[in-house]
Design a protein around this ligand. Structure first.
Ligand code: CMX
Length: 465
């Protein structure tokens, strides 16, 4: 945005953008005000694109793709990020090292703030430090949980997986949905995005309290500290979990929440949130649906699986963690018909840059940590074994291969909680698209399916016999 334009907007009383909406002090435009500026431009861009090129063929679909999890079929719109198989993710065109350099940081820190990434994903623009701070303050101010949600979490049995508890609590926040209330009152569809935005901020704001309450209930004394309105989102999350005094852990949360947020639109959690949201379910119901997908072992739960697999390996190899023994253990895993957790990807064909970012964090903060060394040794061996095995299209590590070890180092050792942290971060990636879906008036999603008999008939007709 040009300086003149920015100044023009600044002079407006953006605080009055929505009557009744709470705002947080900054002389610059708030996120919601900026979004209101951008949406008509974006809608016009999409309208023109459809008008000029709507009938352009953008790809072909092979029968094997219908049976192969629809890999590679273009058919979704996702503004926040695009995933290149070799280079990895770009958030609004920026690589992970670029966002690490460019996004505002927390006090005394060098890692980016996820609230700034949320701004970038939603608008395509990097917020100023003051704008980021105002957003942090708003999230802190809206963090308190309704009593019924607290009680629901407290009543959950400790053997109920933390991801199931997380999903239940988010579903129960539906009681707070401004979108659902506005819809019931017959609000005009051009206004949908405003209520979706409010729900999304409300939801993000409440996730640290939900996640920490689950963690403290299941693994500790059930006591959750209060949010500190002067802290950024990650510092508050760390505080509530019980690690707020550790500045390195706070930095890890900033990095973790930023890099796990968004991975374009086709992955299970992102696609599900978008799909459910396309039926105009509220952000609470849509995100909970997406998180139920994240809870699967081939997706977000892989971060838990990795730790369990590492611990079994350590136990079975009885301290001999040489590369030869690791190689044998990898073959055992594969011969047992199991996947090697943390390796492979549906789109990536190289080491995941999210893995590399976490590896760099480990090299900086814990180079001699035993579990980090094990992860590094596996990194040297596993791609060769998986290549020899000859099945997986991508023998390289993904994001989940590294995250758990960093948490273990700082004492967050309960791996069944790890996917909840991934889920908190994923909300930062999928909610911007939900807001944009409503702002652009995207329709309910409804692709075509065929039975096998119908596909046989289709193929015969196409081949002419
Ligand atoms: N270990 C063993 N076999 C693997 C493998 C791995 N890490 N990754 C893929 N394969 C196998 C597949 O199971 C498949 O076998 P079949 O033909 O017998 O069904 C074959 O290789 C081809 O699979 P692919 O095309 O390479 O991979 P997919 O796109 O089907 O699946 C993924 C991608 C991530 C589910 C898969 O690589 C996997 O299961 N990895 C381990 C689990 C994991 O780390 N998931 C987290 C991914 C990141 C995230 O979403 O959080």
């Amino acid at each position: 945005m040009s300086g003149i334009r920015q100044a023009k907007i600044s002079t407006r009383l953006t605080k009055q953008f929505l009557s009744g909406a709470r705002t947080y002090a900054t002389a610059e435009p708030t996120l919601k005000a900026r979004l209101a500026e951008i949406l008509p431009e974006k809608a016009e861009q999409v309208k023109q694109l459809k008008k000029e090129h709507g009938k352009t063929v953008i790809g072909e679909v092979l029968l094997e793709q219908a049976y192969g999890g629809m890999r590679g079929i273009k058919g979704l719109v996702w503004e926040g990020s695009v995933l290149d198989p070799i280079e990895g993710i770009r958030f609004r065109g920026k690589t992970i090292p670029e966002i690490q350099a460019e996004l505002p940081k927390g006090p005394g820190g060098s890692e980016p703030l996820p609230e700034a990434l949320f701004w970038l994903l939603l608008t395509g623009e990097i917020p100023s430090a003051a704008q980021t701070k105002a957003l942090s303050e708003e999230l802190a101010a809206r963090s308190k949980l309704p009593k019924h949600v607290e009680e629901l979490i407290d009543r959950s049995p400790s053997h109920l997986h933390p991801m199931a508890q997380f999903s239940i609590a988010i579903n129960a926040l539906e009681s707070e949905s401004q979108f659902a209330k506005a819809y019931a009152q017959g609000v005009n569809k051009t206004e949908y995005w405003k209520y979706t935005y409010e729900d999304s901020i409300e939801l993000l704001a409440k996730l640290p309290n939900i996640a920490a309450r689950i963690y403290r209930n299941v693994f500790h004394d059930g006591k959750v500290a209060d949010i500190d309105p002067s802290l950024d989102y990650s510092a508050n999350l760390a505080k509530l979990l019980g690690f707020g005094d550790n500045a390195e852990f706070v930095e890890l949360m900033r990095l973790y929440l930023t890099i796990h947020s968004d991975h374009e639109g086709g992955n299970v959690s992102a696609h599900t949130t978008h799909l459910v949201g396309s039926a105009l379910s509220s952000p609470f119901l849509s995100l909970a649906a997406g998180l139920n997908g994240l809870a699967g072992p081939l997706h977000g739960r892989a971060n838990q699986e990795v730790l369990e697999w590492l611990f079994s390996m350590r136990e079975e190899l009885k301290g001999d963690l040489s590369k030869e023994r690791i190689e044998e253990y990898l073959w055992e895993t594969l011969k047992a018909g199991r996947v090697v957790p943390g390796y492979g990807h549906a789109v990536l064909r190289k080491t995941d840059p999210r893995y590399t970012a976490q590896r760099e964090f480990a090299l900086k903060h814990m180079p001699d940590y035993e579990l980090f060394k094990l992860v590094s040794n596996i990194y040297e061996v596993a791609p060769g074994v998986l290549t020899k095995h000859g099945k997986t299209k991508n023998p390289w590590p993904n994001v989940d291969s590294h995250s758990g070890v960093l948490l273990q180092y700082y004492g967050l050792t309960e791996q069944s909680f790890y996917t909840v942290l991934f889920g908190v971060s994923r909300a930062f990636g999928v909610l911007p698209q939900l807001i944009l879906d409503r702002g652009l008036g995207l329709p309910i999603e409804r692709p075509k399916s065929f039975s096998t008999e119908k596909y046989i008939e289709l193929v015969k007709n196409i081949k002419g016999n």
